[in-house]
Design a protein around this ligand. Structure first.
Ligand code: OGA
Ligand code: MN
Length: 294
């Protein structure tokens, strides 16, 4: 069976038609989904009425899952699967998070451009985010094509950045928002990891800028100079021609490749409306420095 793909953007992103993800895909279909991800980097599946078990089974069919949540107050959760991330504004009892809850403050970091789990030694491959409850307005998710951004960089910049190594940590992204309220255990757990700034993507043979707001340092560079370069590259890579904005409908499942895209949440009235999104995440094979150089 050939997947039915409808492109949603001139550079990347396609909608996949005609699949019911309540039944996990077999090996042949998984292979087609991987090929579509290699080409489009973001796939949209509409009207998928999945429960947690079905969403988990879909993820597991595509590859090994990330085992641990990386957040604050990890034990305070509504979700029964520890491999499932709660990307909502809801407390354990399903009520809206209090305005001053530190999880709400921490979660605001999702509105900074990032690549999921770039702060883990072995980062994320695909993320699969499923919309259970969407607010009446706002709360889009934006995606930026980091292969197209790399291709469009001036040759001189490519030469300047291609072998750089960055340090990524949740502490760095949250510091940009002035969040610094951690336990000693969290500070240890969120210790920085090293990642290449430019990656080679095996499924397409293309290069990709591996940017993320989790970056706080470039090895061998003075801090302000490093952060200025990262900011300039991020501004370049998130120009409108590289960005797709997803307007969520209930039961959408959106899957993205964190090796070749960045994303960010957009604001909504989170003290008034629930937004219940759940994410299952595939793990990459190894730290980027153990993968092929650019
Ligand atoms: C995520 C994420 C953005 C959003 O699930 O990793 O960053 O719009 N989500 O909720
Ligand atoms: Mn994310």
């Amino acid at each position: 069976m050939a997947l039915q793909l409808i492109p949603l953007h001139p550079l990347f992103v396609a909608e996949v038609k005609g699949l019911d993800l309540r039944t996990p895909p077999g090996p042949g279909l998984c292979e087609e989904i991987h090929r579509a991800m290699d080409r489009y980097a973001v796939l949209v599946f509409r009207d998928q009425r999945l429960d947690d078990d079905q969403q988990m089974a879909f993820g597991e069919a595509l590859g090994p899952l990330e085992q641990d949540r990386a957040t604050v107050d990890v034990h305070k959760t509504r979700l029964k699967h520890r491999q499932m991330n709660d990307i909502s504004n809801l407390d354990v009892d399903g009520s809206l998070l209090a305005a001053d809850d530190r999880r709400r403050m921490f979660n605001l970091g999702n509105q900074l451009w990032h690549s999921d789990s770039s702060f883990k030694a072995t980062p994320a491959k695909y993320s699969m985010l499923h919309a259970r409850v969407v607010p009446p307005e706002g709360g889009d998710t934006e995606f930026a094509d980091m292969r197209a951004a790399w291709d469009a960089l001036p040759e001189k910049t490519k030469r300047q950045v291609k072998d750089l190594v960055c340090h990524h940590s949740l502490l760095y992204s949250r510091a940009q928002l002035g969040f610094a309220d951690y336990t000693e255990e969290e500070k240890k757990r969120f210790a920085p990891v090293r990642q290449r700034l430019v990656r080679w993507h095996p499924g397409s043979g293309r290069h990709s800028l591996y940017l993320s707001s989790h970056i706080g340092e470039i090895e061998g560079w003075p801090r302000p100079e490093a952060m200025m370069l990262i900011r300039n590259l991020t501004e370049f890579a998130t120009q409108r021609q590289f960005v797709y904005a997803h307007k969520w409908r209930q039961w959408d499942l959106v899957m993205w490749d964190n090796r070749t895209t960045m994303h960010r949440a957009r604001p909504f009235e989170d003290k008034t409306y629930p937004r219940d999104m759940r994410r299952v995440t595939l793990t990459d094979v190894a730290p980027t420095l153990e993968q092929r150089a650019a």
